[in-house]
Design a protein around this ligand. Structure first.
Ligand SMILES: [Zn+2]
Length: 202
């Protein structure tokens, strides 16, 4: 099973043959399980690893065409999912970045090209009614917080986020409705229920 999952994960990189997959990134993707990986592959999701010093606009024709110059941001993002290309671009290879951006990719695949989370009334209701969030990032997208983090990363300081690690247990405890929704996605849409043995925190 793990072997199948690995083969599937590798295929997500194969649409651009000049860019190889990297073991560390594959390892993170494998945590999603064979079901989610095949779902992404069937939905024509692809993953591209930026080379050192390479700019997003060099790798993504859509960004270049639309004139979205994320490279000019004070701190260019660690990773980016471009809906139009169904492509996930990764500058950082950290598990946090890989998992976060692959989450966007699955969300887009689930919505057939638009984010399911933005059109599904069930998700909207869950989000609106949520009392707690796994991390403050889930609620607070204020740029001030992100800027502070980005500045710290740029200065090379060890990044210590002021909130606990996001875990499945924490989601189940804090927001059982959203937890069940995610379980449902894995079981019914990706066709593979993730067993608890596979649960990890990132
Ligand atoms: Zn994001």
């Amino acid at each position: 099973m793990q072997k199948d999952a690995l083969a599937t994960a590798r295929r997500l990189f194969e649409r651009d043959r000049r860019r190889a997959a990297e073991p560390h990134v594959l390892e993170t993707l494998l945590r999603f399980g064979q079901g989610a990986l095949s779902y992404a592959l069937r939905s024509r999701i692809r993953i591209l690893l930026l080379r050192a010093g390479e700019l997003y606009r060099e790798a993504s024709p859509a960004l270049a065409r639309l004139g979205i110059d994320v490279d000019a941001w004070p701190a260019p993002p660690a990773g980016l999912f471009v809906v139009e290309e169904r492509a996930l671009f990764l500058r950082s290879r950290s598990p946090m970045t890989v998992a976060h951006e692959f989450g966007h990719a699955l969300d887009c695949a689930l919505g057939g090209g638009v984010y399911r989370s933005s059109i599904d009334p069930q998700v909207r209701a869950l989000f609106a009614g949520a009392q707690t969030f796994v991390t403050p990032y889930g609620r607070n997208r204020r740029r001030r917080v992100l800027r502070r983090i980005a500045a710290r990363v740029r200065r090379g300081q060890r990044l210590r986020l002021p909130w606990p690690r996001a875990t499945r247990a924490r989601l189940r405890h804090g927001d059982p409705g959203m937890h069940d929704y995610v379980e449902m996605l894995f079981e019914h849409e990706f066709g593979e229920r993730l067993d608890l043995g596979k649960v990890v925190s990132i």
